[in-house]
Structure formats: structure tokens, C-alpha cells
Design a protein around this ligand. Sequence first.
Ligand code: 5GP
Length: 205
Amino acid sequence: MMNKKGLLIVVSAPSGCGKDTVISKVLEKLGNEASLSISMTTRAMRPGEAEGVNYYYVSVDQFKKHIENGDMLEYASYGSNFYGTPIKPVKDMLEQGKTVFLIIEVEGGGNVKKIFPEAKKIFIVPPSMEELENRLRGRGTDSEEAIVKRMEIAKTELERAIEYDYVVENDVLDEAVSDVMSIIRAGQLEIKYMQNKIREVMTNA
Ligand code: 5GP
């Protein structure tokens, strides 16, 4: 059996579910053990964002070149922009034994297991559609029209939750964080990641 290294975790959620907050807390807890994959996008940089921190910002032509060159683990168009995961850093981080997080939308999320069948997919849901709508309104960043559109997208995304391995409800933040931590721990303890441990125990026997 191949000696597996790090764990690959795909996280998706309708916008407004707080997935970034949940995962940043998880990353804080895992420290050096984990890394977040930085995606490439053709969308414009938002205020407060930085190159190589939130995304790598590229032109549509550059993005297409990367697809042609086979640089992408997955990609999708979302809104009117492209988003994709560069494969090299993910492979390197897994090789180092790290738990790697991809926070991506459902379309691209559907393609990850074609390349990494052992990836674990987590879908984060809001407590209810009503609560999701309240949160979107509470952010105060979207127009009424944009909120209606986001709610429609959220419904189509929720329909694809069935493609995921786990569902975590984000009602109380700390509980969602601890649920994700349990999934990670269970994943790390799977036999395919524990071959070295078994060998070590046997040598010392
Ligand atoms: P935003 O423009 O708000 O940063 O992201 C829009 C959506 O694109 C979010 O659902 C986000 O998770 C998703 N996304 C970000 N990076 C990637 C990626 O590399 N691949 C895919 N498929 N989706 C991504």
C-alpha cells in the first residue's frame, strides 16, 4: 500500500454561511500542521485583499494558459469570473504531510476526487434559509437584488450537498469548528495515513 502523506480537505458552502470564519479558526488550531491553498482568480482584487494572500490575480488569458498547461487541480467559472486551484503547491504541501484546505465552490469541488480520490469533502450549511438571508442582509454589502440572487444560488448549491462526505451546520461557531476538527482527526487516523506509526510500533516491539 502506498504510504499516504497529508490529508486533503475540500470545503464548500453557500455564500453567507461563514465558511471562511470556520476554516480560519480551524487553521489557527492546527497551526503548522495545516495550510490553506491560495487560488487563482480572474476577478478584481477587493479592498483589503492582497496578491498571494487571498488569491493570485491573473488575466483571463493567463488563466486559460494555466489550464492548457495542466497547472490546475480544478477550476470553475463563478459569476463572471474564473477561479482555480494551482496543483503544484497542493501536491507539495501534501508531500510535507500537511492537512491542506481548499475553500471552493461546488462545481470545481466536484472534480477534486478525480485527481485525489482520498480527499474529504465538507459542506457547511446555515441553520436555515431564513437565517442565511438574515446574515446576508446583516452584512449590509449587497443590494436587495443581489441578495435575492445569492439566495437562489444558495439553493442550487445546497442541492449538491449530497456529493459531499460530511455536513457541518454553522449555527454556533465554536461547535462548527469542533465538528470540522473531529473530521480532520478521524481522517488523520485512517489506516492509510498511519502506516508509519504501525511500522514504528513494530520495530520497537
Ligand atoms: P469570492 O469572489 O467571493 O472570493 O469567491 C467566490 C466563490 O469562488 C466562493 O464560493 C469561493 O469559495 C470560490 N472559489 C475560490 N477559489 C476557488 C477555486 O480555486 N476553485 C473553485 N472552484 N472555486 C473557488
